[in-house]
Design a protein around this ligand. Structure first.
Ligand SMILES: [Zn+2]
Length: 75
């Protein structure tokens, strides 16, 4: 499963990446381009390379939430 993270503030999107890597890139983009703004946007998934399960997806969603919270706490 590949993930593409879209910025909620501008047209930025990451390349197709592993979930954790994409989330990191999106947070880096926010830190550089939208300092002080809570990371938002949405995640696009690509099922061309299926290897995850629904349980994995849920874990990924929780991880994204944690990353966003961690980013918010840093400001
Ligand atoms: Zn942006």
């Amino acid at each position: 499963m590949a993930f593409r993270f879209w910025c909620g503030e501008c047209g930025f999107k990451t390349a197709w990446l592993a979930e954790s890597e994409g989330a990191k890139r999106q947070l880096e983009h926010y830190a550089k381009k939208h300092p002080g703004i809570l990371a938002g946007g949405h995640v696009e998934t690509n099922r061309r390379n299926p290897q995850g399960s629904s349980g994995c997806l849920q874990a990924a969603g929780i991880l994204v939430l944690l990353l966003i919270l961690a980013a918010a706490c840093r400001h």
